[in-house]
Design a protein around this ligand. Structure first.
Ligand code: KG4
Ligand code: ZN
Length: 392
């Protein structure tokens, strides 16, 4: 049996968890900083680092006590190395390093995105489900919108990830957060938009689907080869399934301007500013039908785009199953739609439970377990990597 203490501090959640054998969650403590960042409508990096500093010790202590374990009975310490906010990551990493050094326990560095993927695996194992490979993973959160082809090579404890698409600008969750901010709603935007969208008409506003035309620099600056040669070369490259969500945010802003909605937004902002934790009902009282229709149409457009490209990539890479994970995977419309479409496409789709969709440390401890078995321990000199890529 292996007990792994996972620590996560990449963004605005300070989290610690104890997971046995990559499967049994003995504790999963998440301290959310939402209240600190809410008034700014997004995460303020410096404030996040300070909050992590205050929370890290009590959060780890609580994870240990809820699991009924003492530090010296932990077999390894796993920590998020990146991607994320450098100052925030450093808090978790420094603490994990100090613990590992003092306790003489192995230290495992985990990629946050791999953590989100392992949130799904962990629960699949708990449910006794067999994951079919290759799988296509959509990791969609406030910081990421990435597609990977995931393989589990025979005889290897760890997995292989090939990136096949990502956002070229904003992440999908970031679009939810920015649109919420510009409409005078709460941070984070996803949950409130999801709830308000149920009161709106999602066909009211038409957002044109994002068309991404990639210009391949190698081909553009090429060197006198004829067009036929170039197109053969282009065909040899794997297709990329990229996203772009900054356009839809601008389209919402434009809609607000053209339809003279700013006054209503300011009124809503003022009204909810007086309530400590405004509920959906509080927002509904100060939100007109036109705005609700806009919110529902925005959500529909983002979800359709995510589903369309993910299924196209799954088809292209002959995926046997789909993994949809990250904060935005908590959205019930996204879940329902993927599940319905899956029936038509004959693909198995796996989501984490809502609790494990958003940032947590159980997913970090779970992702560390195969590395623990393979004895892939971190060099004690490793540091935070804000833009750490997932590829191996
Ligand atoms: O995974 P996560 O906790 O942190 C990052 O790694 O970014 O994801 C947070 C993001 C936020 O952008 C939030 O608005 C979005 O996930 N989110 C949602 C929902 N719940 C959280 N987006 C859409 N619908 C939801 N129900
Ligand atoms: Zn995340």
């Amino acid at each position: 049996m292996a007990f792994i203490l996972g620590i996560e501090s990449s963004c605005d959640e300070t989290a610690a968890a104890i997971v046995r054998d990559g499967e049994h969650v003995l504790s999963n403590v998440v301290y959310s900083q939402i209240a600190t960042h809410a008034e700014y409508g997004g995460v303020v990096p410096e404030l996040a680092s300070r909050e992590h500093l205050r929370a890290i010790v009590p959060v780890v202590r609580r994870a240990l006590s809820e699991a009924g374990r003492k530090l010296d009975t932990i077999d390894a310490i796993a920590v998020t190395q990146g991607p994320g906010l450098a100052g925030a990551l450093l808090v978790g990493i420094t603490y994990a390093k100090a613990l590992a050094f003092a306790l003489e326990k192995p230290l495992i560095a985990v990629n946050h995105i791999e953590g989100h993927i392992h949130a799904v695996l962990l629960e699949a194992r708990q449910a006794g489900e067999e994951m079919q490979f290759p799988a296509l993973a959509l990791v969609v959160s406030g910081g990421h919108t990435h597609l990977y082809v995931v393989k589990a090579p025979e005889g290897s404890a760890t997995w292989r990830y090939a990136p096949v698409g990502h956002t070229l600008d904003d992440a999908a969750g970031e679009a939810f957060d920015k649109v919420a901010k510009l409409l005078g709603l709460n941070y984070p935007g996803g949950p409130i938009i999801e709830q308000l969208a149920t009161h709106g008409n999602e066909n009211a506003v038409k957002f044109s689907p994002v068309q991404i035309k990639l210009r391949d620099k190698r081909i553009q600056h090429s060197d006198g080869r004829n067009p036929r040669q170039r197109s053969i070369e282009k065909e040899k490259q794997p297709p990329q399934f990229h996203f772009s969500f900054s356009g839809i945010k601008t389209a919402v802003l434009r809609y607000v301007e053209v339809n003279d909605m700013q006054r209503g937004i300011d009124q809503r902002r003022r009204a909810v500013a007086e309530i400590t934790t405004p509920s959906v009902e509080d927002f509904l009282k100060v939100t007109d039908q036109k705005t609700l229709d806009l919110i529902a149409s925005f959500q529909r457009a983002v979800i359709d785009d995510l589903i369309r490209k993910t299924l196209a990539a799954a088809d292209n890479y002959h995926a046997e199953s789909l993994i949809v994970t990250g904060g935005v995977a908590a959205n019930s419309v996204l879940r329902e739609e993927f599940t319905q479409r899956r029936m038509r496409e004959g693909l198995r789709v796996h989501f984490p439970s809502r609790r494990l969709s958003t940032d947590n440390a159980a997913m970090i401890a779970a992702a560390a377990y195969p590395k623990f078995l393979a004895q892939e321990f971190a060099d004690p000199r490793f540091s935070a990597e804000a833009a750490l890529a997932l590829r191996r």
